[in-house]
Design a protein around this ligand. Structure first.
Ligand code: ZN
Length: 371
């Protein structure tokens, strides 16, 4: 669908209100309630009768669908296009698109330990013209041109170990982790260098950058605490620090996806700019309690409390509403602001009624008391 097939404009009145709700956590601008950010990506395509493959193959369209979806649901007004399988392609990975799930890497660029040795990290100039930025910048430019008030220059990485898993097949990477850990050390610090260079590309183009850092593949189901610390936390923190030093921030959004019972406390020492958000998915199989999140991170950064994505996908609106309300009551008065969202990307085939249920919960139970 070209731009002209969408609504002529996003409702101005809604946009102004949503923007105030969204900036409250960062700017302390008084507003009435917590904003909801269900990390809307390919689910937006289902609202326009398109599939996941279409969403990921057409970044300009993807952004239009996300922006219109934000208005439809009354959620964070940001036209983002994030994608975890970024970057491998810049070093030779081949992607496979499927109708029903995000693209996956079909062929990995690194196979042998010598390949890690030989891997040369690309500089900002080279990355800018690579396959990842071709898509990413198309999405960001489209948003800036067509929905300028919904523009935020977000760049998706997750952690250094996560990007490494776009370069080497996961089984291989986990085997090196046990048998030849020094190879993994080399690789993750190269990935950290890549993160800094990619952040520079975005900051050079738009004047600023919001990086999504964190720990996704590096979660407690696959790695123990020491491994997460050595192979993800430390190189990722270095990448964040180096990015900020290079003037390519200031936004840092830590997305700790999946199980983090054994390592969540490491992240209390992660580098934080004044524009930092912390999100943690699960602790021992349960959603990470918002009060614990606020207690440990609330005075350092904005906290992002979560609703279980499997509940959003499979549960009833009432179950989603109740869990959202519980998290809101525990987290909403976090000192540096609170956002209610999902534990990861909004599942593509979530029932729209369940996302609406989260927003209703924020309207009913997310009023700020501190303004
Ligand atoms: Zn995630």
């Amino acid at each position: 669908m070209p731009r002209e097939d969408f609504l002529p404009n996003i409702d101005e009145e809604w946009l102004e209100k949503a923007a105030t709700l969204w900036t409250t956590p960062f700017a302390d601008t008084p507003s009435d309630r917590v904003i909801v950010d269900p990390i809307l990506l390919s689910h937006a395509a289902t609202l326009f009768r398109k599939d996941t493959k279409y969403f990921w193959q057409n970044p300009d369209e993807a952004v239009r669908m996300v922006c219109n979806g934000c208005e439809l649901y009354d959620i964070t007004p940001v036209g983002h296009y994030l994608w975890g399988d970024y970057w491998g392609q810049d070093y030779g990975a081949k992607l496979k698109y499927t109708e029903k799930s995000p693209p996956v890497i079909d062929e990995y660029p690194l196979k042998e330990p010598e390949d890690v040795d030989k891997l040369e990290i690309k500089g900002p100039e080279e990355l800018k013209d690579g396959p990842t930025f071709e898509k990413h910048l198309t999405a960001l430019d489209t948003c800036l041109d067509e929905y300028p008030e919904m523009f935020a220059p977000v760049t998706q990485f997750n952690g250094a170990f996560d990007i490494a898993s776009n370069m080497v097949q996961a089984e291989q990477l986990l085997m090196w982790l046990i048998r030849e850990p020094e190879i993994v050390d080399d690789l993750v610090y190269k990935m950290a260098e890549h993160m800094v260079n990619a952040n520079k590309v975005v900051a050079d183009r738009y004047g600023m950058n919001v990086m999504i850092a964190g720990s996704v593949v590096a979660n407690g189901d696959l790695l123990n605490r020491d491994q997460i610390e050595r192979f993800n936390f430390e190189p990722t923190c270095k990448a964040v620090k180096d990015t900020l030093k290079a003037g390519a921030g200031p936004g840092v959004y830590y997305h700790l996806c999946g199980e983090h019972k054994d390592d969540w406390d490491l992240w209390t020492d992660a580098p934080m700019s004044p524009f930092t958000v912390m999100q943690i998915g699960y602790e021992d199989g349960e959603i990470f309690p918002a009060d614990k999140l606020v207690e440990n991170f609330g005075d350092k950064c904005t906290t992002f409390g979560v609703v279980d994505t499997s509940l959003v996908q499979m549960g009833s609106p009432r179950e989603v509403y109740d869990q959202a309300a519980e998290q809101l009551k525990k987290g909403k008065d976090s000192p540096r602001g609170f956002i209610l969202g999902t534990s990861c990307e909004c599942p593509t085939y979530s029932p729209p009624g369940n996302i609406h249920a989260m927003v209703r919960a924020a309207k009913d139970h997310g009023q700020y008391e501190r303004f």
